[in-house]
Design a protein around this ligand. Sequence first.
Ligand code: ATP
Length: 311
Amino acid sequence: MTTSDVSPVVHARAPGKINVFLKVGSLLGDGYHDVAIAYQAVSLYEDVRARHADDFSVEVSGTVDLSRVPTDASNIALKAAQLLARTTGYRGGVRLHIDKHVPVTGGMGGGSADAAATLLACDALWATQVPRETMLDLARQLGADVPFALTGGTAIGTGRGDRLSPALAKGQFQWVLALAEFGLSTPAVYSELDKHRDRHAQDIFPATTTPTVHPDVLQALRAGDPRMLAESLHNDLQAPALHLQPALTEVLELGERSGALAGIVSGSGPTVAFLTADLDSALELQIALSAARLTVVRATGPVHGARIIAA
Ligand code: ATP
């Protein structure tokens, strides 16, 4: 038995997300795009456990394909722990264990959830008591989706997607998610969008206007009305994701033929999220898609952002 086996453990949990609306504006100077996103946190969680250690290390387990998750210094959870240590002047390290349930490179913000849960777990383990605003600032430095993984619920993100304002939402939405065996890299999907826009620059309304979330989305979320939300789901990254992975078109069509109100590529994909009318329809759709040999999970949203489960 090593010392760290008997040392205290802090367990934090953070959710994955679905972008129910994503509009991409122009490319900003820092290489990011100006976006308008309506985020919904969903009940697929990343569990991070943190233990005292002299240096920084991470191990990963989970129910999703873990082959693309690094365990070296490029793991975003390690970056989060090191950033917190640097910011607070904490001199020790941490041993992290991540239990992953959000598909990797799936467009559902799994890495961002790991970073958010790690910030909370290390802050509690090290008793660094970082104020909420500083925590959000550290989250922003780690990635555009990390602040939302901290706050959860339903929110509108503008700028790089990291300037958040909460949105009112009623009830629970029932989602069925079709996971892909392959990943799609977020920068590759954005770059495909840029190439498409360059090719059609004359025909497309200039992307220089600041993107906004359509009011119908906000109304559907406020009303808790899945049919209304199904009609206003939108993702500017869907076309480039389908261009890079045409097989996703069949998945979308199959889900919509099998009872989904609507389907949408989640973020930069390749996960396809289907919105259903209620739990019964979600269960039926799950069976239909599984019968077609797709890997399928159900999730509900909105759910809480990152929080400490046990300390
Ligand atoms: P987003 O929707 O936020 O763009 P994503 O859900 O598509 O992200 P992630 O699973 O968050 O993708 O990870 C994207 C990349 O980050 C992967 O290629 C992986 O190599 C790297 N990565 C670094 N740390 C992690 C981590 N803890 N979990 C998963 N991927 C990680």
